[in-house]
Structures are given as structure tokens and as C-alpha cells.
Design a protein around this ligand. Structure first.
Ligand SMILES: [Zn+2]
Ligand SMILES: [Zn+2]
Length: 828
């Protein structure tokens, strides 16, 4: 059974009830989640049930060895992840025999995370799990929980290999969520080739996060990259630090300093309170509608001036706070007006100004000039301003366990009000009680968008979600085409369990667990026999009359790197202290911790002194550069086999196998906040070869000749179309642009024609290019639309420029790309 419904629709209850019942009945339950953090959260929930017969325990990389034996022998509800299942539980199934014999139910939570290559690996791990269960004569029920997806039953069947029932009706009560689509403005800055630079989504997100936290709105900002999340946290904290600095200057902590205050002095305090408010206003860079829709509790209490439902009035020079509907009233211009309001009350009073502000805050309904006080609702309780920045933190997968737990705890307790996170949190950690969600950059799929937006809104109350567009053709397309987001079914979850690069290692692992027999072939899919022959020929498996055996000394499970990276992870180490900051997988290391890269950890910035691939270490040191870095690669592609071809306009569309050689050759430095380009530094890293699948299209010379005659740079037009189409493919396949790559040329050696390739960035392919092939007309039409939608003149990062282009975004021809796609696409 698969339950595929939205966030907070009660999926957990739906699987917990039968799962706990199975345990009470003497059975065991295996609970699988993509992340350790989610397992820890689930465990907490289970313990809160206080069912004594329920012996729930996590079994993951954080579980101390002395506890593992207890878990194997005594736990009846085991929470783990696919990695542990793959590397530890299945290979040592004999130690788990008691558990497997009584196994009644397998819960696969947040299973929409199992897509692409990772999903394909998990599909094979689940087939191995089914074999092991059969060995112990158990046939557990599979219960899957997923975010909304189209055709969840078909997906669940691909994932488990079993027939599935689907439950898709969500009848849970919900408040309304206001969704804002937010396009940052073009700035005066000029980037590569003189292109205008758009304000970065992370800069916008950091501003909004700081604003919302000051307004006491619990906010989670989702940022696509771990680096981006850390930049947002860092920037928002810096803004709060500025606010805290102003506050501490104007409101020193010791209340006694006011004990002998004369009315005059008190008035001074009020003057400075106004200055300080103005100061806060400067720090709070409020722009338009998010504020207007924000569901903060305060807004409701201030039906008057402050609810700020007139964005036009707020904009502008009074970025401040609230908004300044009536600048004259705001006091920043007329400080004396404020203190004049209640002279009697204040004159002989010994309260500090902070108390006063706090009082205003409490009584803001009655105080006409309270326009700023809502921003500081907790002032009397928080005299230590230096703590203010600590209300915001960053969170991502890849942190050491103790760091993660601390952050989760603080957020639950409310000592943290704002969090910037990668999608590590999207995968179900239960952070309840959020009011607003900021989504910096398209999260890749409609399913993810709704999943992330669904985190805002506590107890059925209304909520706010803001999608902030990045400099990216897909983001541009979506904020200009809301119809592509609303009222449409979400994407299908794509995976390809038959990928031979995935299947091979799991067949070895399965043979090492229990020798494979002919009966097992159907379990692993149609291509199994061919892949087995290949493994025997390579000496990986031995064929004997009784079946296929693993006879090598090494561990078979080491062959499969299920998180898709390949190679051992690179340890990130601080050179001065030897402190281990975290790890990155080897292919990512080329782009994220190359020598010279800016690396962020928990809001701290580091510069990579040296990436040593041999030693598997990146040495970093603490630094505060005002730029970020972007690795760029160059790519060669050759066609190995064409599997499908069909006409497309005057051209041809193909799908097949390719060999790609990629090399990170340099890195781009861009100014942290503005995105302005600062330079391009060369790198010396080895090329990486990839055998994968690609979709490509060609146009004959007769079709492109008229374009060339019209003065179009064909190479630049093809290059621009390639960049934009890479940007748009994620709208049709559940991938992101970093999962795919492209090559374009006016004349490709293998086709002899103008050719544009888009390939899967994973060994063996992951189903993305195949999906692009299947939806080519829609995909390329949206690509054309995205280019046309952008208001820049000659191309910018929001349409045809790519941050990872190894050719420095040269040549690019924006109008040419539109003409080229018009030529290719059939008239509508
Ligand atoms: Zn543009
Ligand atoms: Zn390029």
C-alpha cells in the first residue's frame, strides 16, 4: 500500500496504527527513512506513545556499537535507513534472524525521496530485503508513505517490485496558504559579457528571514545548496547583529542607569528610541507583498496602520518596518512627537526605555504610534541583545550528528526562530509550528514545492510561502507562468532500477547474502540474466550448478555507492586544528571543495587551502572573503549507440548511450551579496569519464542556412538553447539541473550536423534524459518561452547563461536561440 498525500495529512498515524498493533501482537516492524534525522524524530514520537511492549530503537551510523546487539536481539520496531540496510543489516542477516522471522511490516517513509539513481539503488536494496525475508519465511506488508506524486502506485511498484494499492485522498483540515511568486530585481551590476545581474535569491531570502524573525514569525528558509543555506543564515544573522548593536547602544542592559533620570533624560531616551527604530528600519529591508500577507499574530492585533496591506505604500525608502504606511506618523522623522504623547506617564517614571517599548508592544492595540513595536515583541524578556543573532541558524544534511540534534532541539523549543536549510529538512523532520516558509529557488519539482510550502501553518492556521526566483531559466519561466504551478498534477517520480550500473553491484551483494538461483531472476528484473553473465565474465561472480556465488574477499556491498557519488567521500578538515568539519562525496568535491573554493560550515566561512584527492582530504582555514565561488567544467561527448530516433520539425530527435568526459577547469568568483563577477581562476583537476544516456536533437544544414544568412551565430544560438533547455528539463523529470549536463555544437563529429545534447549526469543514466525525449516538444517549447520571458536584452543568468558553463558563457545568441527553436519546433 502507498499513501501519497500532502504534508501534515496524517500519514504517520496511518502507518503507526497497524505497525504498533503488529508489535503488540508479537511481530516486528522495520521502518525505513532516507535520513537519520527523520528516524531520530520518529523514535521520539514512538517513545511518547508510552507503550511498554513497544521496544523501538534506531539502528544507524550514530548507534553506539554496544547498543547494536541489544537492538538486533530485543527491539521490535527498528528505525533505519537504506544505507544501513545495504551495508550492515542485509549482509549480516543471520544476526538479525530473530527479527526477520517475526517481521510483519516494512514502513517506507518519505519514499518520494527515492528517485533518480538513488531511488534505483534503493529499489534494488528492497529486492534484496524481500529475498532475505523469504529466507526467514516472513512475508511482511509494505506500507509506503509519500508526498503527493502522480501515479504513486506505479512508482511504488517500480520501487518495491510488488503490486501496490494507492491511497491519494487527503481529507485533513488545513488553513489557507498564501503563495507569493517573487522575482528579485535586475541590479545595476554587470556580469559575464556585460549581462545585467539579478539580485540573488539568497540575498532576498536572507532579508526576508531576518525581517520575519524580528517580527516573531517562525520561519524556515529552504535554500537549494548547502552553501546557499549557510550564506542565508550568515547574512540574516549579520542583519540581526546590526539590529542588536543598535539596540544595545541605545538600551544598555542595566536598568539602574535610569534610576535618577530626569524627565529630560528620559525624553532623550525616547528620542533615541526613535532613532533606534529608524535604525531598525534601515536594517529591515522590507519590500512589498510578503509582509502584507504575513500571518504573524501581531498583524491581526493591529487592524489599523500596521497590518500593512498596502504594499505600494510600504515600498520605497522606508523599508522599514512596518511599514510605514504613514511616514509622518512613524516617528523616525519626529522623535519628539513620540515622547510627547504620554508625558505624564513617562516623566517621573523610572522604567527603562526598553520597558517602555515593551509596554507599547504589549499594548500596541491602544498605542497609535506602535508601528515598530511589533517587530520587537519580546523585548522586556530579551535584554541581552547579543543573543538576537542566535535566533537564526543553518541546517543541512552532512553535519555531524550532534550538531544536527542540537539544531532540531532548539527549533522545537523556540530558542531558534529562523532556520535556513537545504532539503535535508524537507525529508520529514517534524518541525511543527512554523508560520512561514521561504523557498529560495525552485525546489526542483511541484511535489517538492508543495511539500516545502506545506510546512508552514500551525494548527490549521493560515500560512505564507514565498517562492523566490533565482537567476535561472526555469525559475524565470515559473514566476512568469503561474499556470505551470497551480492546478496541475505534480510530477511522476522517476527512477530506473534496470540501470546496469546500479543492478550489477546489488546482484553481487545479493549473491554474497544468499547465493542467487534462477528463481531470483524475476525479482531483480528483465535485464538480470544479461547483467549476471557480464558479472561472471568479469570474474565478479562464480557460476556453479547451484547458482551464482560471491567468492571474492572484499565486501560486495562496497561495490555500490548508493548515494550516487562514486568514490570515497572527501573529508573536510580545518588545517590549524585538525577538526573534522564534514564530508563531501568525491564528484562533488571537484566542484565544492576544490583549491580556492569558499566553503561554509554552520555559518562559518572557510577557504579551501588544498584539495588532495589522493588523500581524500580538503584542508580548509577560517576566512571571511566577500565572494563565493562557482566551479566550471568543460565537456566532450561521443555517441556510443542510438536507441531511438524520430523526426522533429525539419530535424531529428534521438535518445541513446553516450560517453561524456568532464573536467572542472576553473572557478568563478562572484561577490557574495550582489552576484557581481570578480574573476575566473584556473584549476588543475583530472577529467572524469561517464557512460550515460542522452537526448539530442539535430537540424540539417538546409534548415539552419537561412538563419546563418540572417546573421545568427549558430554556435551561440545552439549553446544558448542548450543552457536554457538544461534549465527547463527539471519541469518534466524529477531531477535538478545539476543532475544533468549538456553539449552543443554547430557541427558535431558524430552527427555531422548542428547538435544539442542533454545527458544524465550519473553513470548509466537515471531516467532524466529519457523523460526529456518522451516530452521533447513540451520541454523545448517551455525552453523557448523561458528565453522569451526574460526582459534582458542579450541574455543573462535568468535565461541563457549557465553558472557552470566551462566556456565562460561564450558564445551565446539569445535571439538566435529563439529562432533556432522556432525552426525546430512544429508550428503550434
Ligand atoms: Zn535574461
Ligand atoms: Zn555553456
Amino acid at each position: 500500500m502507498i499513501i501519497s498525500t500532502g504534508t501534515a495529512s496524517g500519514k504517520s498515524l496511518a502507518y503507526l496504527t497497524p505497525a504498533v498493533a503488529a508489535c503488540l501482537d508479537g511481530g516486528t516492524v522495520l521502518y525505513l527513512t532516507p535520513t537519520k534525522a527523520l528516524a531520530a524524530d520518529q523514535l521520539r514520537g514512538l517513545r511518547e506513545l508510552r507503550v511498554t511492549q513497544l521496544r523501538a530503537a534506531c539502528f544507524d551510523g550514530d548507534t553506539p556499537f554496544e547498543e547494536r546487539t541489544w537492538v538486533r536481539q530485543h527491539a521490535n520496531y527498528v528505525l533505519t535507513n537504506p544505507d544501513m540496510l545495504h551495508r550492515s543489516i542485509l549482509p549480516r542477516h543471520a544476526q538479525w534472524s530473530t527479527f526477520f522471522r517475526r517481521l510483519r511490516m516494512i514502513v517506507i517513509d518519505e519514499c518520494h525521496g527515492y528517485r533518480g539513481v538513488f531511488g534505483s539503488h534503493v529499489a534494488q536494496i528492497l529486492r534484496r530485503l524481500r529475498r532475505v525475508c523469504a529466507r526467514y519465511n516472513s512475508s511482511p506488508t509494505f506500507l509506503l508513505a509519500s508526498a503527493t506524486a502522480s501515479e504513486p502506485g506505479a512508482f511504488a511498484m517500480r520501487l518495491t517490485g510488488l503490486e501496490m494499492h494507492e491511497v491519494t485522498v487527503d481529507a485533513s483540515p488545513k488553513g489557507a496558504t498564501t503563495i507569493a511568486l517573487w522575482e528579485p530585481p535586475l541590479t545595476e551590476l554587470r556580469g559575464e559579457g556585460g549581462a545585467p545581474v539579478r539580485r540573488t535569491a539568497t540575498a532576498e531570502a536572507a532579508d526576508l528571514l531576518a525581517d520575519l524573525v524580528l517580527a516573531d514569525v517562525r520561519t524556515l528558509a529552504f535554500v537549494r545548496s548547502r552553501r546557499g543555506a549557510e550564506t542565508v543564515a550568515l547574512t540574516a544573522r549579520a542583519k540581526l547583529a546590526d539590529v542588536a548593536f543598535s539596540l544595545s547602544n541605545h538600551f544598555p542592559r542595566t536598568p539602574h542607569s535610569d534610576a535618577t533620570a530626569t524627565p529630560e533624560q528620559t525624553a532623550d531616551h525616547h528620542a533615541s528610541a526613535s532613532e533606534q527604530r529608524a535604525g531598525i528600519a534601515d536594517h529591515l529591508d522590507t519590500r512589498s507583498s510578503a509582509r502584507a500577507d504575513e500571518p504573524s499574530a501581531e498583524a491581526g492585533n493591529q487592524p489599523g496602520a500596521e497590518s500593512g496591506n498596502e504594499p505600494s505604500e510600504k515600498a520605497g525608502n522606508q523599508p522599514g518596518v512596518e511599514a510605514g504606511n504613514e511616514p509622518g506618523e512613524k516617528g523616525s522623522n519626529e522623535p519628539s512627537a513620540e515622547s510627547g504623547n504620554e508625558p505624564g506617564e513617562k516623566g517621573g517614571d523610572e522604567r527603562t526605555a526598553a520597558d517602555e517599548l515593551g509596554k507599547e508592544s504589549r499594548e500596541r492595540g491602544a498605542v497609535p504610534d506602535s508601528s515598530l513595536s511589533w517587530a520587537l515583541p519580546d523585548m522586556p524578556d530579551q535584554p541581552d541583545w547579543s543573543e538576537l543573532p542566535n535566533k537564526i541558524a543553518a541546517y543541512r544534511a552532512g553535519y555531524l550528528a550532534e550538531d544536527r540534534r542540537l539544531l532540531e532541539k532548539a527549533l522545537r523549543a523556540g530558542t531558534l526562530m529562523g532556520l535556513a536549510s537545504t532539503n535535508a529538512l524537507e525529508l520529514g523532520v517534524d518541525v511543527s509550528g512554523l508560520d512561514a516558509v521561504l523557498i529560495a529557488g525552485w525546489p526542483g519539482t511541484r511535489a517538492s514545492l508543495w511539500q516545502q510550502a506545506g510546512r508552514a501553518g500551525r494548527d490549521g492556521r493560515d500560512a505564507l510561502a514565498v517562492l523566490i526566483a533565482r537567476d535561472d531559466p526555469l525559475d524565470t519561466y515559473l514566476v512568469h507562468h503561474p499556470q505551470a504551478l497551480f492546478g496541475r498534477p505534480v510530477e511522476a517520480i522517476v527512477l530506473d532500477p534496470d540501470n546496469p550500473y546500479v543492478l550489477g553491484p546489488h546482484l553481487c551483494a545479493a549473491a554474497a547474502e544468499i547465493p542467487l538461483t534462477d528463481d531470483d531472476l524475476p525479482v531483480f528484473g528483465d535485464t538480470t540474466a544479461a547483467v549476471l553473465d557480464d558479472l561472471v565474465a568479469k570474474g565478479m561472480l562464480r557460476r556453479r550448478p547451484a547458482g551464482w556465488f560471491w567468492t571474492r574477499r572484499e565486501r560486495a556491498t562496497d561495490l555500490a555507492d548508493i548515494r550516487g557519488g562514486g568514490g570515497a567521500p572527501i573529508q573536510v578538515v580545518e588545517s590549524s586544528t585538525g577538526r573534522l568539519l564534514g564530508s563531501v562525496d568525491e564528484p562533488s568535491a571537484h566542484t565544492t571543495v576544490h583549491t580556492g573554493a569558499v566553503y561554509l560550515h554552520q555559518g562559518e566561512t572557510f577557504l579551501v587551502e588544498l584539495l588532495d584527492l589522493e588523500a581524500g582530504v580538503a584542508l580548509v582555514s577560517s576566512a571571511t572573503p566577500d565572494f563565493t565561488t562557482f566551479a566550471r567544467d568543460i565537456t566532450d561527448i561521443s555517441i556510443l549507440a542510438t536507441q531511438r530516433s524520430q523526426p522533429l520539425g525539419p530535424g531529428t530527435l534521438h535518445f541513446g548511450e553516450v560517453e561524456v568526459t568532464r573536467q572542472v577547469v576553473s572557478y568563478l568568483k562572484r561577490r557574495l551579496q550582489s552576484g557581481e563577477m570578480l574573476g575566473d581562476e584556473p584549476l588543475d583537476l583530472p577529467p572524469r569519464t561517464l557512460r550515460t544516456r542522452a537526448v539530442w536533437w539535430t537540424l540539417p544544414a538546409s534548415a539552419v542556412a537561412p538563419l546563418a544568412e540572417a546573421g545568427i551565430d549558430l554556435g551561440g544560438a545552439a549553446h544558448a538553447a542548450e543552457h536554457a533547455s538544461i534549465g527547463l528539463l527539471p519541469l518534466f523529470a524529477t531531477c535538478d539541473r545539476w543532475d544533468i549536463g549538456g553539449v552543443s555544437t554547430e557541427l558535431h563529429a558524430d552527427t555531422g550536423l548542428l547538435t544539442v545534447f542533454v545527458y544524465d549526469g550519473h553513470e548509466g543514466g537515471a531516467g532524466f534524459a529519457e523523460r526529456g525525449h518522451a516530452r521533447a516538444v513540451d520541454w523545448l517549447t517551455a525552453t523557448r518561452e523561458a528565453i522569451v520571458s526574460c526582459e534582458c536584452e542579450r541574455g543573462c543568468p535568468s535565461c541563457i547563461q549557465s553558472p557552470k558553463c566551462g566556456n565562460g558563457n561564450e558564445p551565446l545568441d539569445k535571439r538566435g536561440a529563439v529562432r533556432l527553436l522556432d525552426t525546430l519546433l512544429p508550428p503550434q
